[in-house]
Design a protein around this ligand. Sequence first.
Ligand code: HEM
Ligand SMILES: *[C@@H]1O[C@H](CO)[C@@H](O)[C@H](O)[C@H]1NC(C)=O
Length: 474
Amino acid sequence: MEITSVLIYIIVLFLSTIFSYPFLKKLKWNSKSIPYKLPPGSMGWPYIGETLQLYSQDPNIFFATKQRRYGEIFKSHILGCPCVMLASPEATKFVLATHSELFKPTYPKSKEKMIGPSAIFFHQGNYHSLLRKLVQNCLSPGSLQKLVPDIEAIAISALQSWAGGDVINTFHEMKKFSFDVGILSVFGRLDKKHRENLKENYCIVDKGYNSFPTNIPGTTYHRALLARKRLSQIVNDIIYEREEKKILEKDLLGHFLNFKDEKGQVLSKDQISDNIIGVLFAAQDTTASVLTWTLKYLHDDQKLLEAVKAEQKAIYEENEGGKRPLTWAQTRNMPFTHRVILESLRMASIISFTFREAVVDVEYNGYLIPKGWKVLPLFRNIHHNPELFTDPQDFDPSRFEVAPKPNTFMPFGNGVHACPGNELAKMELLILIHHLVTKFRWEVVGSQSGIQYGPFPIPQNGLPARFWNESNNT
Ligand code: HEM
Ligand SMILES: *[C@@H]1O[C@H](CO)[C@@H](O)[C@H](O)[C@H]1NC(C)=O
């Protein structure tokens, strides 16, 4: 988030707090009723809390400084909300897995509206587990096997489109790739007309998602909401066409359309489109950021790249110089490249933390987490804790030769909301890397080493790079 929008946010917050003071008083927790104490930490200034400290620097420095000062559980106050931050594997497991019913997912209303309020992320209980079964089923290894040839075709065509030697924005191109794979897993082989239409409107939604949420004509947010309505309409058109042709597909849309509970209840059109758009959303920037980081790590360490190349070239030769397609079994047998991906996930920790909200007063390890407070498990701090990962700043895939200790490696989260797309994400990374390193060369342009937040961390300027077809060696 830009500093200007944070400032505007604070002003709005300040005004709304003044007008809602009586309401806020009710929210105040009564310190006499419970014997536990709040975690250590500072709440910063009134209203603003520590929002500026958090957003005026690399957020990881903010969290790490706090952790050094207060330990693995501490309180703070950001974006108008009192919160408790958790930097230990045990606390994270408590909140996300073993006591998940005490903590509900929480997102800003503006974002919930943009993705769709019936989408899986925002729910708990029966409705959540019902959706989760459908999504998991469709993204399980059994279903993913069938996608290998199509993902391969998407990867090759993406790489060929970059290989002209022009400078491209790696992150933007990876976004197109992960979006196409997302469309494939949701709709199967969707015709070009619908694909282009979805892409165009999705881009507008994407821009609005991280803009300041003022719903006034002319703003990016307003345009995004309109595009979001059109996306629902496109999904409805696709559903209508399927029903007309009586096609029963095994993709995610097919799973949603087929669903019926014991009472014969089906999912509504809105529930379906919110979840379809939600999955596309969850699948795109995440996968694209990790891919961009992986390319940077490979580029910055030629020895690492050579080792990945050696593993992939052996498979390439096995397939008669790429004449035969990759098989599912081959994608499951790339141990070195797989460890490079795990290490990239750890190093980049693109989902640095997540948000929950305590639904009742909760006691954890002698501390009170009051009802209504936000709870933030800090994945990145755990992944970069030297007691859990030796020399955490070094890129070292060999650390994954032994499995990490339970609840210490959570690039895909943990517990009831953990990422159901993790196998698909890893598979598309492996397939793209296979074709990249066996048939192409690339060079990063410029030597910027900064990090940009959009809102996931990505290399500065999206990692500008040039790509060439290796056999046209000029
Ligand atoms: C490298 C890429 C990815 C990363 C790092 C990632 C990470 C995550 C994380 C950390 C969560 C949990 C968030 C929380 O607990 O608050 C999550 C949830 C989710 N992810 Fe992913 N994800 C990736 C790719 C994908 C893909 C490819 C898909 C779908 C095709 C997907 C679909 C979802 C869905 C639907 C949820 C919500 C699950 C629920 O609420 O029960 N993700 N992801
Ligand atoms: C690379 O170039 C060669 C020769 O022009 C061509 O035959 C081959 O198909 C190209 N490879 C890819 C992956 O585009």
